[in-house]
Design a protein around this ligand. Sequence first.
Ligand SMILES: *Cc1c(COP(=O)(O)O)cnc(C)c1O
Ligand code: SF4
Length: 338
Amino acid sequence: MITQPAISFQSKPAPRWRRLLSEAIASPRELLRLLDIDPAAAGPELSADAGFRQRVPRGFAARMRKGDPHDPLLRQVLPLADEDADTPGFVSDPVHDLGAETVPGVLHKYHGRALIITTGACAIHCRYCFRRHFPYGDSNPSPGQWRRALEYLRDDTSITEVILSGGDPLSLPDARLAELARALADIPHLKRLRVHTRLPVVLPERVDEQLLDWLAGTRLKPVMVVHVNHANEIDDAARKALRMIHDRGVPLLNQSVLLKGVNDSADALCDLSEALFDAGALPYYLHMLDPVRGAAHFHVEDAVAEKLLDIVRARLPGYLVPRLVRELAGLPYKLPLE
Ligand SMILES: *Cc1c(COP(=O)(O)O)cnc(C)c1O
Ligand code: SF4
């Protein structure tokens, strides 16, 4: 017998962002067609996506330049044969997250801060992602898993800040996130709730009153760290979404990854900092690429990175210069390069 899921006629319609999320572009050929780019000009295609399919929200694709196979936004998301390259040193778990999992779904590497993997799902699939091989699929953790995570946080009074990460925590419905925020607020030694997300930029419709209500309404001091790599990602809609968060009193920071062919020029980095500030966000980290298998073609040499930062420092006020860092397994912080 086939059992039908119960349908409640009282249930609210799914928010608009859910539909937009499901309409993301999954086919490289479709993306290139929309951009009027000849697939041959974009470069050889990836033979197998190894479980990490293309995913690009349509609004994000609309910010790409038509006819330009080197567009910095396109480069971040288009699966290419370069990913098949087996480069020594580029491995599946470059920052040893698997070893740092304290209880399922909790990474506790740094003093005072614990990171919860709230979901494996993201609105966009970034080809350089250091968690692209992380075995969490698209599934959401079971309620039992969150219970264990909460127990762990309750038991360790040295933890004062919880980071919701993933995947992208904002791919979960607000009802679940609000419930998690409430449970965290009940833990007396917690002070801050940080959200690491790319959604406000790649799908600005995600920022609505439901989101702002739980984020700005908790006893915990909220902090949001978004992830933008290039100024062209911040169009009017993304700027508006970021300002809405900022205007609710949530400090807004940005982390980027230094990526060859995307933002490896002083102009790109300066424009990004300016665009972020204009939207109410400050640059926080500029990460050196984690050596994840399939991403070697994004690698920028240390010496090049340091030189770029010297130019940026000479052009911008200090508060618009991100910290250039690298994650090394076993270190108690992200290592500054200079
Ligand atoms: C990056 C990271 C953090 C946050 O580090 P900050 O320097 O506080 O931004 C926390 N936990 C884990 C596991 C991380 O990878
Ligand atoms: S949004 Fe973040 S976690 Fe998701 S694929 Fe991109 S870099 Fe990885």
